[in-house]
Design a protein around this ligand. Structure first.
Ligand code: GUN
Length: 285
């Protein structure tokens, strides 16, 4: 039987609509949740991401403070802007779009963001809090992945989960979240021996490697829940995930499509984190 398709677009729409209602309530109390989005340079992919984020924010009633700086912006100037945004009471969250131009030290910039406004969840303090089980902001893609697994109705407790990819912003945090939810987690990467066998034992598979259709359908355990984080642009212009969808859908129990799976949830959880920051402001924290 073909897998259940986990519809990230529909789940995102449901969550965004609930958030829009809550935003109305906050606005009535003179607290409009606000996100500052900082884009440096003219990278076309980043421009598209930023446009999508801005649109989603506006649709849900958030304030969006757009800062578009030229590619040759000095690091000190960017750090100055972040310092201003850190101090601005109307700004609940700050997102500095990555990648930054090569001349700028991204780590220094990310470290300069007030952890209480780090709605990306990239600051080491927020990653550390996640690790010790006291999360504040969870990075948006891992947070969205957990919501998709929940939406699929998959039991995480006691499940064997395999995460392919060990980046700081997806693989590592999602492994921590799955562990906290009582899965037994294996993190795989380019040096992993016999990847098909490891994947074949996974009740839950999270693929975040950035290689189109690298994970073959026949490797997947029948009935598994498959979350495909890959958004790889093929020479044809089409998007492909990290999993060979056409074959995987015949074996998995539930699977996310690309596009329409993880992507819409990443932006949704950015709104969720910004809303959470605004709730704290409204509560006087
Ligand atoms: N570039 C691509 N994805 C992201 C993201 O989620 N956050 C930021 N800040 N930059 C990105």
């Amino acid at each position: 039987m073909a897998a259940k398709i986990i519809d990230g677009k529909a789940l995102a729409a449901k969550l965004r609509s609930a958030m829009a209602d809550e935003v109305k309530g906050l606005v009535a109390r003179a607290v409009r949740p606000g996100l500052a989005v900082v884009l440096v340079g003219d990278d076309p992919a980043s421009q598209i991401y930023v446009r999508n984020k801005t649109k989603a924010l506006a649709e849900a009633g958030f304030a969006c403070f757009d800062h578009h700086l030229p590619a040759d912006t000095a690091e000190a100037k960017l750090l100055g802007l972040v310092a201003e945004l850190n101090a601005d009471r109307a700004v609940d969250g700050i997102l500095v779009q990555l990648p930054l131009p090569k001349a700028i030290d991204s780590k220094r910039v990310l470290l300069s963001i007030d952890p209480a406004k780090d709605v990306d969840g990239f600051h080491p303090e927020n990653l550390g809090r996640l690790l010790i089980g006291e999360p504040r902001f969870i990075a948006c893609t891992p947070y969205g992945i957990m919501k998709l697994i929940e939406e699929a109705g998959t039991t995480v407790r006691g499940a064997s989960a395999v995460v392919v990819g060990r980046s700081n912003i997806v693989g590592k945090p999602v492994a921590v979240l799955l562990t906290a939810a009582d899965a037994t987690v294996t993190v795989c990467h380019s040096k992993t021996k016999d990847l098909p066998a490891v994947i074949g034992a996974a009740d839950i598979l999270v693929a975040a490697i950035g290689r189109p259709e690298f994970i073959r359908g026949e490797w997947i355990k029948p009935g598994a829940t498959v979350i495909d984080v890959g958004t790889n642009r093929l020479p044809s212009g089409k998007l492909a995930g990290d999993v060979e969808f056409a074959a995987a859908v015949l074996r998995a129990g539930a699977i996310t499509p690309v596009p329409g799976g993880v992507g819409p949830m990443t932006i949704t959880m950015l709104l969720a984190n910004t809303l959470e920051a605004a709730r704290r402001r409204a509560g006087g924290c």
